[in-house]
Design a protein around this ligand. Structure first.
Ligand code: ZN
Length: 472
């Protein structure tokens, strides 16, 4: 089977830890996991909040509709992945935080080939390029055009140029495809560090290009950049003014304070940009369990503590809260301009590729807690547009309990005591599960939230964020 660049470099050495941790069984979820599951009253209030956001937008002449935008991307978080996480953690009739956004629609996800013809299943690089630049590109490419391979201006670059503070938070390397689409332009997503440039000859500094993702990211200089990827920053720059020094040294020279764990993140100053590198590459996932297998697994409960996760590693919700504190402190009091923040739950996708239902659900729940942080912030700062969506669907299927699917499957015993059979059948045993080409949900609250209603193109979020912040 031919592989797209979709999964290149995404799955190194993760399964060993997951399998070892799978030996831990029957761990009970804390009751607190239902704390964010409000019902109809909350949805009504959310609808009222959305309406208020629109009203505020219309009554301030000469000012952009929003002061702040928080865009949260669940990587590979299609409807099946959301439903599985909901069923497991808050129950089939419960509601996740992301379910409480009353203004919802769908987005297409397709990418294009070099000649601009549709490719029905995107990867995360082309998926992120669509919302970050408003243009579709080829799978594997980061914020550059199909065919001509030219850089496309990104939301983060435009927001920064217009005087907004900017931030990007992920559970992957900060050089991974989704965050990279905001801060870099490379021919291929694999070109994360100066030693990784084999697929990007035109982008090397020696060839007159802008360098690897991490070099370009430091130059783009977002105020807050949190995730993994220390290994990419440890690489040595090969050309240009920083030749012979590491990218981390380049970042420090650009004024970045580098933080490595939760305590250092909390103590970070707000008068200098923050680079949080909490892992060599991906952050360790939150939950573990037995991967799906041919013929199924014994009914299992997920282990909600991963022993391979260092105690000082911030959760996505904690990083999101820290990023919001940092960005709020940088608000321009003269113009009222706030910030643009992107938050990615990256390992929903990574775990779905590995047919690891507990890992996938744990990452979806962790992402949802970050959504709750964003919604709480928007509750205190009503001129904030919050958008929650995914870049593409994934392989998960929720099947009848007595089904005997031909692919991999696993039975989970949910918090409410039900049995949920999850199937993964886009690749066989030992293979990597595939993205799917479905439309994905998009939900919003705040100024211009109505612009997600209906079926939208995956490129339209770019224009929505530009309109919300008054970016040209
Ligand atoms: Zn993927």
């Amino acid at each position: 089977m031919s592989r797209t660049p979709t999964h290149r470099g995404r799955h190194r050495g993760r399964r060993g830890a997951a399998v070892a941790a799978a030996l831990l069984v029957l761990v009970t979820l804390p009751a607190a996991s239902t704390a964010d599951g409000p019902g109809a009253a909350h949805r009504d209030r959310a609808a009222a909040d959305d309406a208020r956001g629109r009203t505020a937008a219309q009554t301030v002449p000469g000012r952009a509709p929003a002061d702040n935008v928080i865009l949260l991307i669940g990587d590979g978080m299609g409807d099946a992945e959301i439903t599985a996480a909901r069923d497991y953690s808050v129950g089939a009739a419960g509601r996740l935080a992301l379910d409480t956004l009353a203004t919802t629609g769908r987005r297409t996800t397709f990418s294009v080939d070099e000649r601009g013809r549709p490719v029905y299943v995107t990867d995360s690089a082309a998926g992120a390029t669509a919302w970050a630049t408003g243009r579709r590109t080829v799978n594997g490419r980061v914020s550059k055009t199909p065919g001509t391979n030219r850089p496309l201006p990104t939301l983060l670059e435009k927001a920064r140029r217009h005087g907004y503070a900017t931030g990007s938070v992920t559970t992957a390397s900060v050089a991974d495809a989704t965050p990279a689409a905001l801060t870099a332009h490379v021919t291929d997503r694999s070109c994360k560090g100066p030693a990784d440039m084999a697929e990007c000859p035109a982008d090397t500094r020696a060839a007159g290009g802008a360098g690897s993702v991490v070099e370009q990211t430091v130059a783009a200089r977002p105020d807050v950049l949190l995730g993994g990827g220390a290994d990419h920053f440890a690489q040595t720059v090969r050309d240009g003014p920083y030749r012979g020094r590491t990218v981390l040294e380049q970042a420090r020279a650009a004024g970045y304070q580098v933080v490595r764990d939760r305590a250092e993140l909390t103590a970070a100053r707000t008068d200098r940009p923050v680079l949080g590198l909490f892992a060599p590459d991906y952050l360790p996932v939150e939950w573990t369990g037995t991967p799906a297998a041919p013929g199924g697994t014994a009914p299992q409960r997920c282990a909600v503590h991963n022993p391979a996760r260092p105690a000082g590693t911030p959760t996505l919700a904690e990083s999101t809260r820290a990023a919001l504190d940092q960005l709020t402190a940088r608000r321009d009091r003269a113009t009222g301009k706030g910030f643009f923040l992107q938050v990615e739950g990256a390992s929903i996708d990574d775990r779905a590729h590995e047919a690891d239902p507990c890992g996938q659900i744990g990452e979806t729940v962790a992402f949802d807690r970050a959504v709750a942080v964003a919604l709480a912030y928007a509750g205190r700062h009503p001129r904030t547009l919050v958008i929650v969506t995914a870049d593409h669907g994934h392989a998960t299927q929720i099947l009848p309990e007595d089904a005997r699917p031909p692919g991999l499957s696993s039975t989970l015993v949910t918090d409410e005591g039900g049995r949920m059979l999850l199937g993964y059948a886009t690749a066989g045993s030992g293979g990597t599960q595939e993205h799917t080409g479905v439309t994905v949900p998009v939900a919003a609250r705040g100024p211009l939230a109505h612009r997600v209603l209906g079926l939208r193109e995956n490129t339209e979020l770019f224009g929505t964020v530009c309109a919300a912040l008054g970016l040209r």
